[in-house]
Ligand binder design. Sequence first.
Ligand code: B12
Length: 413
Amino acid sequence: MILFIIPLLRLLWAVSGAHTLTRNECSIPAEKQALVDDLQDAMESSVTPSSFPNPSILIAMNLVGAHSAEAQKLLTEMIASVDSTDLTTGQLALNIMALTSSCQDPGDRVLLLKEQLQDWTFSSPQDPYSVFYGPSLGLLALCQQNQEDTLDLAVKFSKMLLASVSNFNMDTGAMATLALTCVSSMTDTNNDYNELFGHALTSIVENIGRRIDGNGLIGGTYSTGLAMQALSVQPGEKWNCKPTMEAVLNEIEQNRFDNPMSIAQLLPSLSGKTYLDVPQVICSSGQEVRQTPQSHGRPLSTSASNTIEVTYTINNQLRGVETGFNETETVTVEKGSVLLAVLEEAQCRNPAFKFESKMTSWGLYITSINGIEEVENHRTYWQFLSGQAPLNEGVGYYKPYNNEHITANFTQY
Ligand code: B12
């Protein structure tokens, strides 16, 4: 009986549109609204003709209502002109959702995505849980396009997810929850499909629930936005969103959301929206334009003594990966500099510290140091740590403090 009732509740919940957080349940206190408006302005002002065409920003803007019609138009045009052929499943899915949220036809991209998902398989249950992040986005986008093969793909996806024995990854679990909630609403309640989806959902939501910290954050600062979306679409979920909202507002006040992508993943939850609302966005022309402030540039240092020292170690002890090394440099950079300045300074002083990077939706991602390059198929990458603790931001945003010891460690995920 219970196996029947849970899917029924989920279906009614999903089709009723009741998944949006109602404002009285979890609303932004009036005195904090300006904080959130400023955050949105900062995200929108990052959109320029030369910036990375970030579909997550467009989705967030459209879900909550853009402040700048100009930024919205520019980003829609930029996303529409991205060449789809080289995109990963996750990127393709985000582009489809972004165009849909701008009331644009995603065209051939949908077929391309379906083909990619049909070909997708995970090689072993030991694969990291994050391998499901992109396919979750893919499933969500296909479900929103009402593609007929979506259910078969969702069955394959759910079985693989349930077979996975890797450590749970919060962001991936949240995205998978959104995808499975969407596909659950595509079928009748009392069939084998819904039993399977319900089983997968229950296990993920339990994992998310275990990550709610005493302070209200869920899986850390940068996972909370997606986790809020996931929990808010679960009928009967006992999560109390008020402490989470307060914790997030506190993090915003501490300037933890300076990366436009981090804002894009948080903003929908702050406005009671989720990615499940993408197909329901109503596009109106002539949206109200709010005056956007100039981008918050970092203050320039005025005095030469206003500097910090950072010790930087690069370490490769991975067996089977060419030459091992462990080198350390102590460099001086301006106070308030981001970690990238440390990498650049070290590279100037010592050729062993030579590095390469690529631009992504989260900013600069380090692909190679001292000639050792990450290999996606081997699941190798350059991880950054402060002492023993992994950094929770990348080199373009993390600001080291005086005498900090940063390590770049070549490792596997
Ligand atoms: C999978 C994943 C990884 C994989 C990426 C490789 C792969 N092929 O899958 C690995 C494990 C290597 C990884 C590494 C890191 N990650 Co990571 N990662 C993710 C995750 C779970 C999904 C990303 C994804 O697939 N997106 C979907 C596709 C469609 O979007 P995409 O933009 O094309 O995705 C690419 C980029 O996101 C890039 N990427 C992944 N992580 C990071 C982190 C930074 C700072 C940058 C610039 C790029 C980047 O790799 C993706 C695949 O190519 C996100 C969660 C999230 N909420 O986004 C965290 C996330 C983006 N990662 C994060 C962090 C902090 C890191 C590290 C800095 C951790 C560390 N201490 O070293 C490193 C990057 C270091 C470097 N070399 O520059 C944070 C970023 C938070 C922030 N405010 O900056 C997130 C949000 C996790 C979290 N909730 O805290 N990550």
